[in-house]
Design a protein around this ligand. Structure first.
Ligand code: AP5
Ligand code: ZN
Length: 209
């Protein structure tokens, strides 16, 4: 399986990726997670990326393409991987020359604002939660590992709206790019419950491989 998860911020790409990892056993490559790790570690890439992430803008293509190419050349990616958050521009899609199944998640902007505002993530294992839609059993504590749930720095309303603007201007054309390239592009209604979306994701991937 070599899959691209495409969609606006908060559409459920990370949530779907966790499901695919458990079902298909291939690594999840989240460019957002990799950049946040680089910011936390204070690397050169992290220092460069932080200013763009805080502003709701995209990190330059050359930077992110280098990060992804290095990651997918690792041995654990030989039999497949899930790209969550890459490619996000047409030049990034062109840099990724492999044939892939592309799942495109579609959700209205106002739903996305509500989802991202309520999102919490486990600081220890990365599991995604939502204060209303997917609350943990104990407030503030991860069901899976007992880690503490935290809110992302870019999940405030002003930055969320800027990220949506960036998505419509720069990432929406990527779906059109894949549609024209004649590969497998599956459009999913991401506004449904996560469990329903997951059923479609699994079915699409079983068809693709
Ligand atoms: P990134 O980390 O990729 O953030 P994003 O695209 O904004 O996406 P999110 O992780 O916010 O959303 P998601 O779709 O994964 O949603 P989730 O499943 O968590 O990127 C961050 C930044 O890094 C970018 O702004 C950019 O600066 C930079 N960057 C990253 N990649 C880059 C690239 N390729 N090029 C350049 N720059 C790059 O779900 C959201 C919430 O909703 C959760 O709380 C979840 O529990 C809930 N939820 C999920 N599904 C459902 C459902 N079906 N119903 C109800 N609630 C749901
Ligand atoms: Zn956890």
């Amino acid at each position: 399986v070599r899959v691209v998860l495409l969609g606006p911020p908060g559409a459920g790409k990370g949530t779907a990726a966790s499901g695919i990892v458990s079902e298909f056993g291939v690594p999840q490559i989240s460019t957002g997670d990799m950049l946040r790790a680089a910011v936390a570690a204070g690397t050169r890439t992290g220092l460069e990326a932080k200013q763009y992430m805080d502003a709701g803008k995209l990190v330059p293509d050359t930077t992110i393409v280098a990060v992804v190419q290095e990651r997918i050349s690792q041995p654990d990616c030989a039999s497949g991987f899930i790209l969550d958050g890459f490619p996000r521009t047409v030049p990034q899609a062109e840099a990724l020359d492999k044939a892939l199944a592309v799942l495109s998640f579609e959700v209205e902007d106002e739903d996305l604002v509500a989802r991202l505002g309520g999102r919490r993530t486990c600081a220890k294992c990365g599991a995604p939660y939502h204060l209303r839609n997917m609350p943990p059993r104990v407030a503030g504590v991860c069901d899976k590992c007992g880690g503490q749930l935290v809110q992302r720095a870019d999940d405030n309303e002003a930055t969320i709206r800027k990220r949506l603007e960036t998505f419509h201007a720069q990432t929406a054309p990527v779906a059109e790019y894949y549609r024209k390239s004649g590969g497998l592009l599956v459009r999913l209604d991401g506004s449904r419950r996560a469990s329903e979306v997951q059923v479609d994701v699994s079915a699409a991937l079983r068809r693709a491989c």
